[in-house]
Design a protein around this ligand. Structure first.
Ligand code: ADP
Ligand code: MG
Length: 360
């Protein structure tokens, strides 16, 4: 019932040699399912656009293959791939009308004009730009959000099986961005088109995606649902890119770590580390630290000094210090944090299952 392709990227690498040598992609492999809304999330320069251009057929990989529904398309030109693309700068023709911008690729493909008109009406309706009001306006007479809708309509005009979007909302303000994210989600569900959305903004990726890939330095760090990558990040980079996190370096001796007055058995955090000796990193989200003892016996108790409180409305950020120069940040409901005085020593609690441990 979906009209999307499955996309498989196998061991793709790309080096640019025009300004020195830049390895933009290093052995990237991933599979995007039919009809999935998939994000590629990572900091600027990590290779997101390069990967998208390779999927579009605008750039050849040095190594590796790309498959659509199991068919090798690595050597198929962009024009012959069933794709629609929205570029970072939109690449609309500003002096032409909305109609001409959307119709452009259909004219190139030799569609008869009555069929083109029908299709332009359909896709403008799909992106909620009423034809009568917008079709004959010039791009330069539209707001940023409306231009964005035109770019999406144009990308959808030829009924692509794969929609590629490169940071399409980065130049819009927050409210319009949120609105368009919901629109995009609806549109994607309605059309069933497999969609790959590139962004450096974790909130966009979390709100939008069925699954996402986190990239750094041309390498895919982790693929999963937003909840999986947030709750069980593959490494400290993924953890901190997805949200606020406390990263606590510690030494383990024979499976035990000491933090202040507390001894933690690594075996409790990650089975198999019962005898581990060496450096570890403990990762803990601020919201996993609570001021009241949770039920059950899985909780670790820390006695620690409150250094500072920052009022954030419904929540209060609590900065603790202790165990040498380690600082611990917690996020607590303001109601619970209100009685605490900076300078005082308090007990905080963490469920062992909320703490992640990494041995390298
Ligand atoms: P992102 O989209 O994640 O910001 P890009 O894919 O645009 O990253 O770039 C990845 C790396 O490759 C960057 O270091 C960038 O400078 C480099 N790069 C991208 N395109 C070119 C090019 N045409 N020539 C030389 N270097 C490039
Ligand atoms: Mg880019």
């Amino acid at each position: 019932m979906t009209r999307g392709v499955e996309v498989r990227v196998e061991n793709v690498s790309k080096v640019f040699r025009d300004r020195g040598v830049t390895q933009a992609l290093r052995g990237v492999s991933l599979t995007v399912r039919k009809g999935e809304l998939f994000s590629i999330l990572g900091p600027s320069g990590c290779g997101k656009t390069t990967l998208l251009r390779i999927l579009a057929g605008l750039l050849k990989p040095d190594e590796g293959r790309v498959f659509f529904d199991g068919v090798d398309v690595t050597d198929v030109s962009a024009y012959e791939r069933p794709i629609g693309m929205v570029f970072q700068d939109l690449a609309l023709f500003p002096h032409l009308t909305v109609y001409r911008n959307v119709a452009f690729s259909l004219e190139l493909a030799g569609w008869p004009s009555d069929r083109i008109e029908r299709r332009v009406r359909e896709v403008l309706q799909l992106v909620r730009l009423p034809y009568e009001e917008f079709a004959h306006r010039k791009i330069s007479q539209l707001s940023g959000g409306q231009q964005q809708r035109v770019a999406i309509a144009r990308a959808l005009a030829r009924e692509p099986k794969l929609l590629l979007l490169d940071e399409p909302l980065s130049h819009l303000d927050y409210k319009i961005r949120m609105e368009l994210i919901h629109e995009l989600k609806r549109l994607q569900r309605e059309t069933g088109v497999t969609t790959i959305y590139v962004t450096h903004d974790r909130n966009e990726a979390m709100l939008l995606s069925d699954r996402l890939a986190v990239m750094k330095d041309g390498v895919v760090q982790q693929v999963g649902t937003p909840e999986e990558v947030y709750r069980s990040p593959a490494n400290a980079f993924v953890a901190s890119f997805l949200g606020e996190v406390n990263i606590i370096p510690a030494k383990a001796v024979n499976g035990l770590i000491k933090l202040g007055d507390l001894e933690i058995s690594l075996e409790r955090l990650l089975p198999g580390l019962g005898n581990y000796t060496g450096d570890v990193l403990l990762l803990l989200r601020p919201e996993s630290i609570s001021l009241t003892p949770p039920g059950g016996d899985g909780a670790l108790r820390f006695r620690i000094q409150l250094a500072e409180k920052v009022f954030l409305g419904p929540y209060t950020k609590l900065l603790f210090s202790g165990w040498g120069d380690i600082r611990l940040e917690a996020l607590a409901p303001t109601r619970e944090a209100a009685p605490l005085e900076p300078g005082s020593v308090v007990d905080v609690y963490v469920e062992a299952s909320e703490m992640r441990v990494y041995t390298d």
